[in-house]
Write a protein that binds this ligand. Structure first.
Ligand code: ADP
Ligand code: MG
Length: 313
């Protein structure tokens, strides 16, 4: 294509809410045949909320803000205390799951007319794809991905299964090494993602779901969209390794993502596509940024590149 045509395409892209880093990116966009899609924040809105909080002991498995009450697993820790500790640590995280937990704790504080300020966490650390840790009120608190279910007390293991079967994300709270509570955190698919994934398939692209979330949750979401290729439990480096494998098998691979956890995969891909609503890390690693709140921009971008550079399908 002529420089003028490329310039026009870049301008047209901007009108469509698609920022392309340069002519090479348009050229690579035209050629991609495999699309690795992140789940949280990409196929889903990323606006998550706590749907249930289950604590360990007795009848304290609770749903809804008013239902959180009673004693949790460790002596002297109520469900509300556990929630306070979890929220204090999540305060340091930008993750959509963290926002859900802190918002839930705020609602609960309001419901209880709690006037103490939320406690502060020390030694905060976040591990992409796993979760967060910190020290609150002298206790060591972790909030994140549940490990082996067999290591959990039955009510918490059940809560994890129930959450994941529903396509929600289960998040475990551990205090001083003792599993205390499970949050079931729900997110909704972007309303446009059905049409966008369908459109991508019609453009001949192969969709692959890659997520740090666990298999059951990933399957529930992929099932809605008819995506059969799923890579769940993928740490950030594993998402990048998946891209390498797909490329080695001859794929021309684009990645669509939003998170810090997607940055390595976006950089590794033939073409990285970041959502403008995503993190700076994702946008910095990408060749294309989608500014509109609509996944349909991805097939639109592919069509634009193909049209400009002369392969209309
Ligand atoms: P995705 O790939 O779907 O965008 P992530 O890689 O961001 O998901 O997260 C993977 C998993 O890591 C989550 O399902 C959760 O279990 C855990 N996790 C990551 N960050 C946090 C956090 N701040 N709080 C709780 N759990 C977290
Ligand atoms: Mg994400």
């Amino acid at each position: 294509a002529t420089p003028t045509a490329l310039l026009a395409a870049t301008g047209r892209g901007a009108q469509l809410g698609i920022l392309v880093s340069g002519p090479q990116a348009l050229e690579r966009l035209r050629r991609i045949d495999t699309l690795v899609l992140d789940k949280t924040g990409t196929l889903t809105t990323g606006r998550m909320s706590v749907i249930a909080m289950t604590v360990c002991a007795g009848d304290t498995g609770a749903t809804g803000v008013s239902g959180v009450a009673g004693a949790a697993g460790a002596p002297g820790l109520t469900a509300d205390e556990t929630l306070r500790l979890a929220a204090a640590v999540e305060h340091g995280s930008e993750h959509p799951l963290a926002r859900a937990i802190t918002a839930y704790a705020d609602l609960r504080r309001e419901a209880l007319a709690e006037h103490r300020p939320p406690p502060a966490a020390r030694h905060f650390a976040a591990t992409a794809g796993y979760g967060v840790t910190g020290e609150v009120d002298g206790r060591s608190v972790t909030v994140g991905r549940p490990g082996e279910l067999s290591a959990l007390p039955a009510p918490l293991a059940d809560a994890v299964r129930t959450a994941e079967t529903a396509g929600h994300t289960a998040v475990l709270v551990t205090v001083d090494g003792t599993p205390q509570a499970v949050f079931s955190i729900g997110d909704t698919l972007r309303p446009d993602c059905y049409r966008a994934v369908d459109h991508l398939r019609r453009l001949g692209l192969r969709p692959v779901l890659a997520t740090g979330d666990r298999t059951a949750t990933a399957r529930a979401v992929a099932g809605h969209l008819g995506i059969t290729e799923i890579h769940a439990g993928a740490l950030p480096e594993e998402k990048a390794a998946l891209v390498t494998t797909l490329k080695e098998h001859g794929g021309r691979v684009a990645v669509v993502g939003d998170g810090v956890n997607d940055a390595a995969a976006l950089a590794r891909a033939d073409l990285g596509i970041a959502l403008g609503s995503g993190t700076d890390a994702a946008i910095g690693a990408a060749d294309v940024t989608v500014l509109r709140e609509d996944l349909q921009a991805v097939p639109d971008a592919v069509r634009l590149a193909r049209r400009t550079l002369g392969t209309i399908r």
